[in-house]
Design a protein around this ligand. Structure first.
Ligand SMILES: [Zn+2]
Length: 435
């Protein structure tokens, strides 16, 4: 049953705690017609006793309210306000939640997520996510969880070496699930647009290209303007395929083995920067080299941007404040047409790539139980991940676009989320209209 982090009914002392989850429910209903949307995530049961919409909404609200397991979610579905929100006046068992999640269609959930993102774009929610007028998409892979036992037919495998009781190395198979994510990364609101599971024997770039290909079809070529990727994707075949899809791409260049890397260091050594700018507390020097050659698998010329960023770091060590000058160096390859944008703008787009690390993977892992597998089944895994992503997007839209307290700096995202959870105990009953 509800543990509420030790916060009982008498502890809900302010209006924020009382009303956040009902406010979220009203917002999601009013702006995204969530009850209708959830009704479209029908499952393959022929004569369902419990409506699929009630199950889908319970799973979604469970994510928003930080319910870590289907077993605990079963307890929350006894609450009268919960039953009003999901439009079903009985408890939903964890067996039912598992059974239905195996029978929902991940493609329908993907369509639902695309619909939410399109609605956000039409409502101008991404205007402040633009940098220099363009929207950047970050691509990266994330391992969801691993296990020493195969649990489903879609588990990926790899051989790892551990030590036995006598300290001798032993090889054995490990099973895991990993996906490539596409995030629209912005200074204000960042959202996950799509996600693609990696298949056995597949390399990350191949998964990413399958993902981009589908996004071009589902979102259209103009939903975002350019793609930023880490050094893993810096190879001729990936950049070529990506540019042919119609998006310029900026990739981190770390591979010292590439001639272009050594050439960049040689061409910029001792030379004055092309541009010097300030970014927050950093001095950023930029060297911009057009018409460089990447490899023989990418025959078009590429542009290379090198940045040296210096800043002062002050930290307390052994009771004393120590001030140190720090330096970071970056080299990026730009493929496709971004000729009208100076090197410092290229640098700003590239740093948006950290958003997928911080605002997606870290936050999903630390606050959204991403690595906890609620039900290990090949279909349920995808279904539950999509519901998590949708809940993640709706919560961020609610907090960033709609929430006054966050905008005014009075609460953090985490505090707001905790108050959503606490309001489960203290919240008022808000009927969830069927319209
Ligand atoms: Zn598996």
């Amino acid at each position: 049953m509800l543990s509420c982090f030790g916060v009982g009914k008498g502890s809900c002392l302010n209006n924020t705690d009382f009303s956040e989850l009902p406010r979220f429910v009203r917002y999601a209903q009013k702006v995204f017609h969530l009850n209708l949307l959830a009704g479209s995530f029908t499952d393959s049961r022929l004569r369902p006793e419990i409506p699929g919409r009630a199950v889908a909404l319970s799973l979604l609200f469970g994510e928003v309210a930080q319910i870590p397991s289907l077993h605990q979610l079963q307890s929350e579905t006894k609450l009268p306000q919960w039953q009003h929100w999901v439009g079903y006046s009985h408890r939903i068992s964890d067996d039912t939640l598992e059974y239905v999640s195996e029978r929902m269609d991940p493609e329908k959930l993907r369509r639902g997520a695309i619909w939410i993102n399109r609605k956000l774009k039409r409502g101008k929610a991404f205007e402040q996510s633009k940098v220099n007028g363009l929207l950047a998409l970050s691509l990266d892979a994330n391992e969801q969880f691993c296990s020493d036992h195969r649990c489903c037919q879609d588990c990926l495998t790899r051989e790892i070496t551990t030590k036995d009781d006598t300290g001798q190395p032993v090889k054995h198979l490990q099973y895991y699930h990993k996906q490539v994510y596409a995030q629209l990364s912005g200074p204000r609101l960042s959202v996950i647009l799509d996600v693609e599971p990696m298949r056995q024997g597949e390399e990350e770039c191949m998964t990413a290209l399958r993902l981009l290909d589908r996004m071009r079809e589902k979102y259209g070529p103009r939903f975002f303007d350019l793609v930023v990727v880490d050094a893993w994707y810096t190879n001729g075949p990936f950049l070529k395929a990506e540019v042919e899809m119609g998006w310029p791409v900026i990739a981190v260049l770390k591979q010292a083995r590439y001639d272009i890397y050594q050439e960049t260091l040689a061409l910029t050594k001792g030379k004055p920067p092309t541009e010097t700018v300030k970014r927050d507390d950093r001095k950023v020097e930029i060297w911009d080299l057009p018409q460089m050659t990447l490899t023989n698998t990418y025959t078009e010329p590429v542009r290379v941007v090198r940045a040296r960023e210096t800043y002062i770091q002050r930290q307390r060590i052994g009771g004393r404040w120590i001030t140190e000058e720090k330096e970071q160096n970056w080299i990026w390859v730009v493929a496709g047409d971004l000729a009208g944008y100076v090197g410092s703008i290229i640098r700003d787009w590239c740093h948006l790539r950290w958003k997928i690390e911080n605002n997606a993977f870290n936050e999903l892992t630390q606050a959204w139980h991403l690595t906890h597998c609620a039900h290990h089944h090949p279909v349920a895994l995808q279904v539950l991940l999509w519901i998590k992503i949708m809940a993640f997007t709706l919560f961020h839209a609610f907090a960033i676009l709609h929430g006054k307290l966050l905008r005014l700096g009075k609460v953090t995202l985490m505090e707001l989320r905790n108050s959503l959870y606490r309001s489960l105990l203290c919240g008022d009953v808000v009927p969830f209209s069927s319209g």
